[in-house]
Design a protein around this ligand. Structure first.
Ligand SMILES: Nc1ncnc2c1ncn2[C@@H]1O[C@H](COP(=O)(O)OP(=O)(O)O)[C@@H](O)[C@H]1O
Ligand SMILES: [Ca+2]
Length: 497
């Protein structure tokens, strides 16, 4: 009894001071964790938006991008939140009725109004960039192109967004911003990883952009764009070939085949059984071919397919000049090109065509790719129409030509070989955002990619709570252990006696 009483008296757990300390300690730990959980909750997310209209030669598309308002420079956090395809042709087709060009954008602009919360409308920048279709119209008839821009600008000014202007973007911008988009979406810029080259095939022009280590830009300065992004310097090679989009190349190959003004053209790039009456004036109505119009020319010709890949490739080769080159190396038409390097993303019409032909898997050897296109071209037109009843016949008739052109451009134009052809990925989207120049264009105009690497991001909320909890538990354990030297001695004393 007396030993028990002694123990009770000497046990520090039972003194009022220790009880108070322990209670205060526990309350402090609970309070600390509660504060960490409640007070440091991330602020409710505020979103910002930006809108870009891609006025291409064949059609216009509207893209809405969104990003959290805070710390946007942190990561590749700008994403495509919506897209809208404008009904009808590209704005350059409205040269003689410009008001209709403005009118054509209305449906997508209404969609954009619904997609962006109304309290953000006023602060949302809206851009329109026009590419090769308008470049060609501007060369052909600058008054007409001015008229189109006036009409679309007027239509866009009436929108609730902050309209920042409509303009033709240069081929260099188109190529460089396509490259920025691909690498931004892939998170390659921020991490300073090896970059991906960009291959963009449009209807009226085509772009190639990539970083090559043995290229410093001095051999052909007009093909060089330098960027400092997230603390890394990039020396980008880029070139845009005007008239080398697939629609203009098709005209050039037809022009090549109609130089003598024949009444019938037997075209190996179209299927056997395909036949259509085509108008000479319409065919030659672009600066890419206008100087080659046969004089005098009949009103129309009979365009008849023979479906022969190898012959088609022979015809397509005629649109390239492989001989003139004043540089150390060239792609074609006397244009400098450094040696190909790294992976490539090929988008827009590259994707549409190769996806249709089931050739997006580039592990398919180049020889097999050619065989598949050969088979497709050799399939009679009636069979093709039956096989693909839901695909627009204009596209359907042209896939043989387009596939042949793509392979010829890549291998003979840009010098891809069977070894590095697998480095090309045919892509439509990267992480739900379309590959194309528009995102890079907006990131640039809104200064969203900093030149220097951003500061290390602060600890996320979850991480902060965990750390405070761990510290609190450690403190608790520490209190227990700090009392241990007194406590065990007291409890063991009766046994010693
Ligand atoms: N589903 C499809 N199949 C084949 N080609 C397509 C498809 N959708 C779009 N295209 C083609 O993609 C090209 C897009 O070019 P576009 O961006 O309008 O021109 P540019 O960039 O030269 O101004 C056009 O040749 C168009 O016909
Ligand atoms: Ca385009």
């Amino acid at each position: 009894m007396s030993a028990q009483r002694e123990m009770k008296e000497k046990n520090p757990w039972h003194t009022p001071a220790t009880i108070i300390i322990t209670v205060i300690g526990v309350i402090a730990i609970v309070a600390l964790v509660t504060v960490a959980v409640l007070q440091n909750k991330p602020l409710p997310k505020k979103y910002k938006y930006g809108i870009v209209l891609d006025a291409g030669s064949s059609h216009t598309a509207l893209y809405i991008y969104g990003w959290p308002a805070e710390k946007v420079n942190d990561t590749g956090r700008v994403v495509q939140v919506h897209s809208c395809k404008v009904k009808g042709p590209g704005i350059s087709s409205y040269a003689s009725a410009p008001l209709n060009a403005g009118e054509s954008l209305k449906v997508c602009m209404l969609e954009a109004k619904d997609q962006v919360p109304s309290k953000r409308h006023q602060e949302t920048p809206l851009y329109l960039g026009a590419t090769a279709g308008m470049r060609l119209l501007n060369i052909e008839n600058s008054t007409a192109s001015d008229g189109v821009f006036q009409a679309v600008s007027q239509a866009l000014q009436t929108s609730p967004f902050s309209f920042q202007g409509a303009r033709i973007i240069s081929g260099q911008e188109e190529g460089a911003f396509g490259w920025v988009t691909v690498n931004y979406l892939d998170d390659r810029l921020k991490q300073g990883l090896e970059t991906t080259g960009a291959l963009d095939l449009g209807g009226a022009s085509t772009q190639i952009s990539f970083v090559s280590d043995n290229y410093d830009g001095s051999e052909s300065p007009k093909n060089s764009v330098t960027f400092r992004l997230y603390g890394n310097d990039y020396n980008l090679y880029t070139h845009s070939f005007l008239c080398y989009g697939k629609d203009q190349v098709l005209r050039m190959t037809l022009a090549h085949q109609t130089q003598s003004g024949p009444a019938t053209v037997l075209d190996p790039c179209f299927h056997r059984g395909y036949t259509a009456i085509k108008n000479y004036t319409v065919l030659y109505d672009t600066p890419c071919v206008s100087d080659r119009k046969p004089q005098p020319a009949p009103a129309s010709f009979n365009h008849t397919g023979t479906g022969d890949f190898q012959e088609c490739q022979r015809v397509v080769r005629n649109v390239f000049n492989f001989t003139d080159c004043k540089y150390s190396r060239c792609s074609f038409n006397g244009v400098f090109q450094p040696s190909l390097q790294g992976p490539f993303g090929a988008f827009s019409a590259y994707y549409f065509v190769m996806n249709f032909l089931n050739l997006t898997d580039t592990s398919t050897p180049l020889e097999d790719v050619k065989k598949k296109i050969t088979n497709y071209c050799a399939t009679p037109w009636e069979q093709i129409k039956e096989q693909y009843p839901h695909i627009k016949q204009k596209y359907l008739a042209e896939y043989c030509f387009s596939g042949t052109y793509i392979i010829t451009l890549l291998t003979e134009g840009y010098n891809f070989t069977s070894e590095n052809y697998p480095n090309i990925k045919f892509i439509k989207k990267i992480k739900d955002s379309d590959a194309g120049w528009t995102l890079g264009y907006m990131l640039n105009l809104t200064n969203m990619i900093p030149a220097e690497a951003p500061d290390k991001p602060p600890l996320p909320h979850g991480g902060y709570v965990s750390i405070v909890t761990i510290i609190a538990i450690l403190l608790f354990v520490l209190i227990i252990f700090s009392l241990r030297p007194i406590w065990p001695r007291c409890s063991k004393r009766p046994q010693i006696i």
